[in-house]
Design a protein around this ligand. Structure first.
Ligand SMILES: CC(=O)CC(=O)C(=O)O
Ligand code: MG
Length: 226
């Protein structure tokens, strides 16, 4: 029999093509939380983005038709290599295949409106192109995910710069916490939260971001056509 079954090879270095979910963590840097006047959390705040939000360099970030208020959020992404449920913190790093630099593009108009009404953040977080992503970074290139300098520039102006040592909840803690509620699967991405310095983006802006000495990404902003 031919034609019915196609063999697919899952290559973790192209996790964005077949990974099943993107789990976002909110308010994981104290400075960012304080400036936005959000209450401090005692446990991680989680949300989901669909994998249709992924874009790669060469494709533009599209500001959705329903808002002009989209902000950049530079974040360390953790790529899961081995799935699991209720993963102990002590075993969490065994589940990591590697990392990626991600932008958690966020529509702040819809975010504030949904927060005020107690409604979900879906239109603020999950829109098409809301997750620009770098190449996969193998785990052995980053011996300590808790000591990385992240930065982001808009049109060559530095807007975000912070060390992941400032994160309130560490990578092993996040893996363990998330997996208590949501089974982690191979190819999933955890976006570990953004530091201070978010700002709105506009059509034709050029965003450049990096993990110091590891990776750099560049994306242009465009407006979604009606
Ligand atoms: C309010 C937010 O955008 C939360 C978030 O995603 C973060 O990184 O913090
Ligand atoms: Mg974020």
């Amino acid at each position: 029999m031919t034609g019915f079954f196609t063999m697919t090879t899952r290559n973790i270095s192209r996790f964005w093509e077949w990974g099943r979910k993107i789990i976002g963590v909110g308010r994981n840097y104290p400075d960012h939380t304080n400036k936005l006047n959000f209450p401090t959390l005692t446990e991680p705040l989680l949300f989901l983005k669909p994998t249709s939000a992924y874009i790669r360099e060469g494709s533009p970030i599209l500001v959705p038709r329903y808002t002009d208020n989209v902000h950049h959020e530079v974040e360390l992404g953790v790529v899961i290599g081995k799935g699991g449920t209720a993963i102990a913190q002590s075993a969490a790093m065994e589940h990591v295949a590697g990392y990626a630099l991600g932008l958690d593009m966020t529509a702040f108009g819809p975010l504030h409106e949904s927060r005020a009404k107690g409604l979900p953040w879906t239109l603020a977080k999950a829109f098409n192109t809301s997750c620009p992503i770098s190449d996969f970074i193998p785990k052995d290139r980053i011996p300590d995910p808790g000591n990385l300098n992240l930065w982001l520039k808009v049109n060559d102006q530095l807007r975000q710069s912070a060390c992941t040592s400032d994160m309130r909840f560490s990578v092993p803690y996040l893996i363990s916490y998330i997996s208590d509620f949501i089974t982690l699967e191979e190819g999933d991405l955890i976006l570990t939260g953004t530091p201070d310095g978010l700002s709105p983006v506009q059509e034709n802006d050029e965003l450049e971001a990096g993990i110091e000495n590891i990776v750099t990404i560049r994306f242009r902003v465009d407006k979604e056509k009606s």
